[in-house]
Design a protein. Structure first.
Length: 262
């Protein structure tokens, strides 16, 4: 393909991605009531004295908040489509084995992001309980609709992105940057970094939400170590059976330029 054909192909992929995002926004906007009920449930589970009521203090607050949540919902709901468009644009330049890896990485990214969102949603109840009762029971908080939904969507997205780090670790192992031995030697330092990142990403000060993010990240790191060990063991076994080193497909084979004795 020429440069112009690549540009046209990229434009087509971007347009399809934008169409999917807009459709997701429209669906979220139309079905706002069930989406709003799901997002409000962590606050309602606290049984607040104001009857699970959120407040809008500006004329445009309700509309702006609805549009912002619809945009986030559209991006999340259309993730399979725009991720496929990205993969469809990149994979023609990859080898057969690399295409298989790309499909696995995209599938794992979707599953891990969804898992992070679920963990965040389950932990919101505890974080809100600490934040709304930090000054005692004699102080009543009247949460604004804009602030509450911004807080909830931020936590959901941050947890989802945090759960993507195993994809990066496994990718670095596949390309040969991080070996299983190095991942094992970095275990203590990585635990410290993961707990520190969990402390920064969790906006509440309760230890439950902090631990609920840090512990799964540490378990996912151990899973990355296991995957790296299995991959390297299989590669060594395959190289031993073939009697030659595992040479990539795009690397030229060795040719001895010296003349033979004959």
């Amino acid at each position: 393909m020429s440069l112009a054909e690549h540009v046209y192909e990229l434009r087509r992929r971007v347009l399809w991605s934008l169409v999917a995002i807009v459709l997701g926004m429209v669906l979220t906007f139309v079905f706002w009531e069930p989406v709003y009920a799901v997002l409000r449930e962590p606050y309602c589970s606290l049984h607040p004295p104001n009857g699970c009521q959120l407040y809008a203090y500006g004329i445009f607050d309700q509309f702006n908040t609805k549009m912002r949540v619809s945009l986030i919902g559209g991006v999340v709901a259309s993730a399979p489509v725009w991720l496929y468009q990205i993969g469809a644009f990149i994979t023609p330049a990859l080898h057969k084995r690399e295409k298989r890896y790309a499909a696995g990485f995209l599938g794992a990214a979707l599953v891990l992001f969804a898992a992070g969102v679920v963990v965040a949603y389950l932990s919101l109840h505890f974080g809100l309980h600490v934040l709304l009762h930090a000054a005692g029971d004699h102080v009543q908080t009247l949460p604004a609709l804009k602030d509450y939904l911004s807080f909830v969507t931020l936590v959901l997205v941050l947890f989802g992105l945090a759960f993507e780090f195993p994809v990066v670790i496994v990718f670095l192992n596949v390309v040969g940057v991080l070996s299983a031995q190095r991942l094992r030697s970095w275990r203590r330092g990585m635990y410290f970094c993961l707990f520190g990142a969990a402390a920064i990403l969790t906006p509440s000060t309760d230890p439950f939400q902090f631990v609920l993010l840090a512990v799964p990240l540490c378990l996912l790191y151990e899973l990355c170590v296991v995957i790296a060990r299995v991959r390297e063991r299989a590669r060594r076994k395959r190289a031993g059976q073939q009697g030659a080193p595992d040479v990539p497909d795009d690397e030229a084979s060795y040719v001895d330029p010296r003349p033979s004795r004959l």
